[in-house]
Write a protein that binds this ligand. Structure first.
Ligand code: ADP
Length: 311
């Protein structure tokens, strides 16, 4: 049988979005990973990696998020086929914008296509989560769900898994800055408080509800007021040199809200037009530079699409 091949691009994602710790995420246009999958005559998953910081990515199938996710999918479908998965990293690992989820999302979409689509993109999320668990030590979907579905996604429940796509206001712009150092999600999770005061829990819940309403009503004023994190940001911001000055200066420029993307060190901001988004990117870069850190920035509308099949 001749071998078949497919190439898929999956983009980075911003998880938490300030008020939705572990349950809210959105998809970016850029940066992205490109994953090429080829059928193999041997019933084995082989991983190769190239691109940005590829030396930091495990080649052992069970330790790689893409490999582990595809293994989970094949086991679940009871399919004994082999694939060579080549990952071209465009998203640096440990950046906080879902580098590990993007590889898994692209690999899952590609393998599913090569198998003539036995599963929907929604069905693939659970397998992406199995992949994510090897990277972060936790079974979470707030990167993999928006990576597979696009748009802004709420994870309402894990058992059973319930995911909702929320409306994306047309003029909502995302700016992300990736400062040049890494934070390991596993370690960053270790810093989280084991308990939170009732008052903070109530505030976080009402903020998430208000953020959701703001998406349905295109109400950027309410969105801004709701983008506060009482759980993770107070401890995680201490790990990011310059976070407080980045936040202050971005908000002064008229951002709707600004916070840590995932477990950091990337910082994101939402704004209501592209020019402002680009101005915010410049400011983030300058503020990180003032703190001795180089950074890369990305500004775009929120990506409403699932991973892109290139050929
Ligand atoms: P990010 O938010 O950038 O995904 P994480 O810390 O959650 O950061 O994930 C990065 C960790 O996952 C690193 O330890 C990396 O070695 C591991 N990892 C395993 N497979 C991959 C992959 N295909 N792409 C990126 N990181 C991976």
């Amino acid at each position: 049988m001749s071998s078949k091949s497919i190439k898929v691009a999956a983009s980075g994602t911003v998880a938490n979005v300030s008020c939705g710790f572990d349950c809210l995420g959105y998809s970016l246009d850029d940066p992205f990973d490109v994953v090429t999958i080829k059928t193999s005559p041997k019933p084995k998953i082989n991983i190769t990696v190239q691109g940005i910081k590829s030396d930091k990515i495990p080649l052992i199938t069970e330790k790689n998020t893409a490999g582990k996710a595809v293994l989970s999918m094949l086991n679940n479908l009871d399919i004994k086929k082999g694939f060579n998965i080549d990952i071209s990293k465009g998203i640096p690992p440990g950046s906080g914008i879902g580098s590990s989820a993007a590889s898994a999302a692209a690999a899952l979409i590609g393998v599913n296509q090569l198998l003539d689509c036995p599963l929907s993109n929604e069905d693939l999320i659970i397998h992406g989560m199995v992949g994510e668990q090897v990277a972060s030590g936790s079974f979470h979907a707030d990167n993999i769900a928006p990576a597979l579905l696009g748009g802004i996604v709420l994870v309402h429940s894990y058992d059973p898994l319930e995911i909702y796509r929320l409306p994306v206001p047309n003029n909502l712009i995302s700016t992300v800055a990736l400062p040049d150092f890494t934070i390991n999600t596993k370690e960053a999770r270790g810093l989280l408080p084991k308990k939170v005061p009732l008052k903070s829990a109530v505030k976080q819940a009402s903020n998430l509800a208000a953020f959701t309403i703001s998406l349905y009503q295109n109400d950027f004023n309410l969105m801004g007021k709701s983008m506060v994190d009482f759980f993770a940001e107070p401890v995680r911001s201490e790990l990011i040199p310059g976070f407080k000055s980045v936040h202050k200066s971005v908000m002064k420029t008229g951002a709707i809200g600004c916070g840590i993307s995932g477990s950091g060190p990337s910082v994101f901001a939402l704004s209501d037009n592209l020019e402002k988004g680009k101005e915010i990117a410049k400011l983030m870069h300058e503020e990180f530079q003032n703190n001795g850190l180089d950074s890369i920035t990305y500004t775009s509308k929120i990506n409403k699409n699932p991973p892109n099949i290139l050929d």
